[in-house]
Design a protein. Sequence first.
Length: 354
Amino acid sequence: MKSLLFLVLISVCWAEPHPGNSSLEHERIVHIQENGPRLLVVAEQAKIFSHRGGNVTLPCKFYHEHTSTAGSGTHKIRVKWTKLTYDYLKEVDVFVAMGHHRKSYGSYQGRVSLRESSENDASLVITNIMLEDYGRYKCEVIEGLEDDTAVVTLNLEGVVFPYSPRLGRYNLNFHDAQRACAEQDSVMASFDQLYDAWRSGLDWCNAGWLSDGSVQYPITKPREPCGGKNTVPGVRNYGFWDKDKSRYDVFCFTSNFNGRFYYLIHPTKLTYDEAVQACLKDGSQIAKVGQIFAAWKLLGYDRCDAGWLADGSVRYPISRPRKRCSPSEAAVRFVGFPDKKHKLYGVYCFRAYN
């Protein structure tokens, strides 16, 4: 029985032309090589950390499993980098290289290149990192009929903060939420970013949009108005809602900035319009909500004076809790959206570096 099975396998894996059949004259001998070279693509690190404005290299190298060389030499190597959506169902083109040809796409144009420190190095260099660059990237290497991929995650140092506009709680559809974050020097947070913020202590009872279209909120101290006091801490998920009709708050993400955030020393308190003009006169602009959160979280900025921000809100950052200045916790304290024409406060300004 074993001999018969061996003969069957031989007949399947080894095909010779039959000398007595002219219709088979052009058939080729086909050999199946189980131990032939196989293309492998690997990332030395699965996660890379950086920050806005920085430069980063996403690692990717390719090998043949049964040889020590990078390529067989019979086919040109094609390297393609794409960015993956949260569910891996869509890919956004980033960079493609084949031989001397190079092409970058969208917002990556002029900011991406291959490191090419060796003949098998397909690592992607990204310069002047933007908030939108956060996410998962796929490195795909193609040689002839062989190809393989590796995935690398680019994480950014930053801070997640909840946001609702002057109109109040639950007034933003998904598209409004995107614009609201952008106006405050930030982007919509991803689930991973919100989860990391929750692990670091973020507790917020209002549900907000995330970049994947879901609506969630983080709870570290269970209580009745937030799912019940007997529930376990965690990130609560409302699921996916209509991006046009459904309305919630939003969780935004921002990173460090290339500039100076400061409280403007002024002889008098100011209305909102006076605050805007005072910053302009000082060579800067009135600061945005994302900038006060970045200064507080990443730079340890601490000031007990309430001040106007660009969206018309009044806030102040406390890194060292003390009496009369957020005694229980470090936080960016929210005063509210006062009457712009009659209420008087200080102002926080931001001066960008060229």
